[in-house]
Design a protein around this ligand. Structure first.
Ligand SMILES: Nc1ncnc2c1ncn2[C@@H]1O[C@H](COP(=O)(O)OP(=O)(O)OP(=O)(O)O)[C@@H](O)[C@H]1O
Ligand SMILES: [Mg+2]
Length: 176
């Protein structure tokens, strides 16, 4: 069967064994169309993170089926030999905490994954700049992550007064 987007059928995940086993996913069916934005809502412990980790090939489900694009990635076992390549090429995570590499500037942090995937450095950096522009943070392209934190702190401390006064760093602080 060919599909686009994400298709999940009967996905199960059991943590542990025996009396202490936890059935975090008990047969999840889900379909996400290409370009569709989906929010997972549920009480704490209902299995949201477990589902995302299975779909992101971070942990192995116990049973069921997952398709990504036209590939069956899991069918009662992984069907993709190189899960690292799958994660690198097809899956993106945006974490609540920003895991930036401290000794690379903003552009290189964004360009790093395409570089690791074999894209030429110039092309990866060019694409990174386009993304930064699209997100309206291109003015911080050469900043180091520690300086972004500084901008955020500065924003908290000095607040709106500085922006009202037209401080040239106001825009950066708002973005931070
Ligand atoms: N590594 C693990 N080992 C054992 N049980 C786990 C593990 N990770 C999660 N669980 C259990 O699986 C169930 C689902 O947990 P999960 O983290 O997926 O829930 P969640 O919906 O993301 O919750 P929250 O909203 O609190 O983040 C919970 O009962 C949790 O205790
Ligand atoms: Mg969670």
């Amino acid at each position: 069967m060919h599909t686009k987007g994400i298709l999940i059928n009967g996905l199960k995940k059991r943590y542990g064994k025996g009396e202490t086993a936890v059935d975090a996913l008990r047969g999840v069916d889900m379909r996400v169309a290409p370009g569709e934005v989906v929010g997972l809502i549920g009480p704490s412990g209902s299995g949201k993170s477990t589902l995302l980790k299975c779909l992101g090939a971070v942990i192995e489900p116990t049973a069921g089926r997952m398709m990504l694009g036209e590939d069956i990635i899991y069918d009662d076992g992984w069907k993709i030999p190189d899960l690292r390549a799958l994660r690198r090429d097809k899956i993106g995570f945006v974490f609540q905490a920003p895991y930036l590499i401290p000794f690379l500037d903003v552009t290189d942090n964004v360009a790093l994954l395409p570089m690791l995937a074999g894209r030429p450095n110039n092309e990866a950096r060019q694409r990174a700049l386009e993304l930064l522009k699209a997100l309206d943070v291109a003015h911080r392209a050469r900043a180091m992550p520690s300086h972004l934190s500084g901008a955020a702190k500065s924003c908290h401390c000095q607040g709106t007064g500085k922006q009202a006064a037209g401080d040239p760093r106001g825009r950066a602080d708002r973005a931070a």
